[in-house]
Unconditional design. Structure first.
Length: 549
């Protein structure tokens, strides 16, 4: 009779929880509402108990959906899936659970045994000829969050269409708890395999293959001083190894932020887009008179860059770094007779249009995608499979850069090496800093200034409130501008408000955090005129929002 009594006690406690008036309906639904949804980069949610949060139970549903859906497309379960994780609390344990869930489905799991950058996971999937990849991370989100990015057999993040199918499989499946095999027995059965060290070596070599002036970096790199912070994340070993192998031996890693700490002790938000996150690194840079400061987010797919120019240090935006890397790549390939006639640059729709002018100058065409590196990766695959065009570079304004022939994910490791090489090259051959090179780019192609704002949507059902906000914006009455809709289902609504002369405001809900993002873009032939246009944009759009409250 004991089991029956236990069941009765549990059910009574459940009923008491559901009917307890101390906790409102909103609190209960916030815990046990729908499963977390896919955004522009996987699934992310605050860690906690309940179906609306990220935990082992939710991850098991995700992995089971991968087993049921992605392996239908990719073929034999023996090809397996690669699993990696970053520094967040519990990520290593969750990665182990994901591997055992695959093993329970008869699918081989290749599991990294230590922290791994997201781009290294992307590289490892096709390198091992696996059918899928899973990265346990919430990238640059708050320490309160965790999540999972999912990759197809090419190492590209899954598309929104694939994500929708996975979500349907997650929500339509049974709530049964999968009986996981014993961790000790899984490797013996061949269903759980460690990642061979040669994968890491191959990844580092692939990152170095993107450099264009290795003799210079080997000869002069030790005279170029770099301060680097991995934000307590997975980039420390990879960035340090690749930079050192390239010849940058004068590398100082910020000690307070060097080793894994998923609580990000000295960082209110571990995102190098925010200038305040450079505070510690800049302290050491000023002490040592460093030439360059680099920062990677916890899963090392975003690269922040700050360079010395005279007596000041300038933190560059993702758009500015994208322009600098594109200019360096195209100009060097042209000088070395390596620039193909059918070259293609891929950027997201919210990244600077100035890249289009720059690319055209070198005879390179531009392809504009939806927001999210999965779209750039998919664009690269279309070029490769069609045999039409040569992919040269891809970037997102959110500090994400993709190089050809490496992996189909934005990669802060490879970008760090390329940025360091570019900065060294311009110092040695032109006596210019990256800030001076950027000024020359603006003088040659025109000034295009950018500004970002966010509208926070904290708390309950942020995704639904974001959709309502965007819907209300779409019907605004605007005398000074025209409005374009940039996305159709299954993509969230994105709006572009055009104020003439190429000046615009793009508004979209964030795909990874509970916020609305506003992107201002203003262009002109002079910096003063572009600054004036940007100020006008900000005033006009603020007034537009206030008039239509």
């Amino acid at each position: 009779m004991m089991p029956a009594k236990q069941a009765y006690t549990t059910n009574a406690a459940n009923d008491q929880w559901l009917n307890d008036t101390y906790y409102g309906r909103q609190t209960k639904e916030d815990r046990f509402d729908s499963l977390p949804r896919f955004g522009t980069a996987g699934i992310r949610a605050s860690v906690g108990i309940g179906s609306s949060h990220f935990n082992g139970s939710v991850l098991q549903k995700i992995v089971q959906a991968v087993a049921d859906e992605l392996f239908k497309e990719a073929g034999s379960p023996a090809r397996g899936a690669v699993i990696a994780y970053d520094s967040r609390p519990g990520s290593a344990s969750l990665a182990g659970e994901a591997a055992l869930t695959l093993a329970a489905n008869g699918i081989t799991a290749y599991l990294f045994d230590s922290l791994c950058p997201t781009p290294q996971l992307s590289f490892a999937v096709p390198y091992l000829r696996a059918a899928a990849g899973l990265m346990i991370t919430a990238s640059h989100n708050s320490w309160k969050d965790n999540g999972c990015k999912i990759y197809d057999e090419y190492g590209c993040q899954i598309t929104p269409q694939q994500a929708h199918r996975l979500y349907l499989a997650m929500t339509s499946g049974s709530d049964r708890l999968i009986e996981l095999p014993e961790k000790k027995s899984a490797p013996a059965k061949g269903s759980l395999r460690p990642i061979d060290k040669k994968v890491t070596t191959a990844y580092y070599l692939s990152a170095l293959d993107g450099l264009l002036n290795m003799p210079l970096t080997q000869a002069k790199g030790s005279s170029f001083s770099i301060v680097y912070t991995p934000f307590y994340g997975a980039g420390r070993k990879a960035v340090s190894e690749v930079l050192t192998k390239a010849g940058f031996n004068s590398l100082f890693v910020v000690p307070e932020q060097e080793y894994a700490d998923g609580c990000f002790a000295t960082l209110p938000r571990p995102n190098p887009e925010y200038h305040e996150t450079f505070k510690l690194a800049l302290k050491y840079a000023r002490q040592s008179n460093a030439d360059l400061v680099l920062a990677t987010d916890p899963d090392a797919d975003r690269l922040g860059l700050c360079c010395k120019d005279g007596d000041t240090y300038n933190i560059l935006s993702g758009n500015q770094v994208g322009l600098l890397l594109a200019y360096y790549l195209f100009s060097q390939k042209a000088a070395q007779k390596m620039l193909p006639a059918d070259g293609i640059l891929i950027r997201s729709m919210v990244s600077t249009p100035l890249a289009d002018k720059l690319a055209a100058h070198f005879g390179v065409s531009t392809s504009v995608t939806a927001v999210g590196s999965c779209h750039i990766g998919a664009g690269i695959m279309r070029i490769k499979q069609s045999g039409q065009g040569s992919f040269l570079f891809g970037f997102e304004e959110s500090l994400g850069y993709i190089m050809p022939g490496h992996c189909l994910e934005k990669d802060a490791v490879a970008a760090a090496a390329l940025a360091a090489e570019a900065a060294l090259y311009y110092r040695e051959t032109k006596d210019h800093t990256l800030v001076q090179v950027l000024a020359n780019i603006y003088r040659q192609f025109g000034y295009f200034l950018h500004y970002q704002e966010t509208i926070a949507l904290p708390g309950y059902r942020a995704r639904e409130r974001a959709a309502d906000f965007m819907e209300s914006l779409s019907s605004l009455a605007c005398r000074e501008c025209t409005v374009e809709m940039l996305a159709d289902p299954p993509f969230p609504l994105i709006l572009r408000f055009i104020f003439g002369e190429g000046n615009y405001v793009i508004v979209r809900p964030s795909g990874t955090e509970p916020k609305i993002k506003l992107y201002y873009g203003a262009q002109a032939s002079t910096k003063a005129r572009a600054s004036s246009n940007l100020a006008y944009l900000r005033r006009s759009f603020k007034r537009l929002l206030e008039e239509n409250k």
